[in-house]
Design a binder for this molecule. Sequence first.
Ligand code: UN1
Length: 503
Amino acid sequence: MELASLTSSLLSSLGVAQERFDDGGLAVHSPIDGRLIGRVGAADKAATEAAIARAHAAFLAWRSVPAPRRGELVRRFGNLLREHKTDLGTLVTIETGKIRQEGLGEVQEMIDICDFACGLSRQLYGLTIASERPGHRMMEQWHPAGVVGVVSAFNFPVAVWAWNAMLAWVCGDSVVWKPSERTPLTALACRALFERACRGMAEAPAGLLEVVTGGREHAALLADDSRIAVFSATGSCGMGRALAPRVAARLGRTILELGGNNAAIVCPSADLALTERAILFAAAGTAGQRCTTLRRLFVHESIADTLLERLRAAWRRIPVGSPLDTSTLVGPLIDSGAGAAMDAALAEAKAAGGKVFGGETVAVRGCEGGCYRRPALVEMPAQHDIVRRETFAPILYAMRYSSLDEAIALHNDVPQGLASSIFTQDLAEAERFLSAAGSDCGIANVNIGPSGAEIGGAFGGEKDTGGGRESGSDAWKGYMRRATCTINYSGALPLAQGIRFGL
Ligand code: UN1
């Protein structure tokens, strides 16, 4: 079946009305073959502001609905995702080019965060604090923050939105979502499922989810609007640098999940078979288009020849092709611009003395308009500038090291600080890597690659990655406001710090 008609039948079965995806100013192309799969309407400034106003009105009602009832809405949405996992997963594959396994995995990640958020809706706990004054009690309360603006990227078009939206809803917030302009169709599908979840739940006001389709200027409208209490954005460091100051100018709150330049250190004692498989998934999976993709490899000099030879053999065999074909492991890049960026990075690496293996264009029959590249493995003599920058493509730079201190120093010597890993059987090495003087990233793993995190942990990173935390652990606190409350039941008025003040 043609991708356009497959897309249209998937959207219909997910409940999206035809006129929403076949008659708008924003053209959507599948990276699989570059052909048109839909046209959605782009919101103008007035429509964006009206969407924020509707979301704000929804927040005013939703904040007073008991949190476990808010969790019930998220539970219903999760059940619809279970029911439609295959259709939505296939749509993710068509719109982003990620392989079927990963498209399904993305929807599973949404289901997981629904379960997590539903449980959380009964656990939004605050502390009680011992007061220094007699007859006084202190406590913390967590209250809904307001409207959460979510700007999401093409590579995880629905899961990363879900991390934000599910927490926002159980926390009593409403959501205005600006999806990537390359992936608005999956956003429309999520909205249709969410509207179904809301039906039959009287407490759920209209406006809990507003989808604003468009480009950077729409993200800027959200950044500038003081009705957006929390601005959560995923994308490049450049995007974060452009938008964060706008939110800061109005003293708003941001949750930023920006670029990564993730590494693995492979120590002499590493289990090489396991390490090889982990590197393959982390570096070549999702065609190198995860923010957690493995981009730098530091291999101990004593095992470098062996490991690099094994990796080259694996790289040679990676099936590159249509992501709809179940034997494919690496699908297309998002567009030809991404292909050009990959070519430019490889040329720069070569000029700096890198030995490039792979990286060539792959012709895929029936997918001539897609941008397919074999993943590249580049052995670098040193951590050159090109290695320190994030190129959103499947390029793995490998370097040799002789001492762990040197490897950790090189590991941390990049602007980004998202995900990291070490492969070792030596407990002391693993602990050093995880210690305060080890990896400086928000995610640090042992004998697992840097990508493919579970939703239960807080997700995000340091330095140019932006410092935000989303998803599990206590990331929910970023979506609420904390009130410190002191109650005096003493009948007297002792002042804190023993201050005497009175006539
Ligand atoms: C991203 O690429 O923006 O840890 C998110 C992972 C996924 C999420 C990636 N769970 O690789």
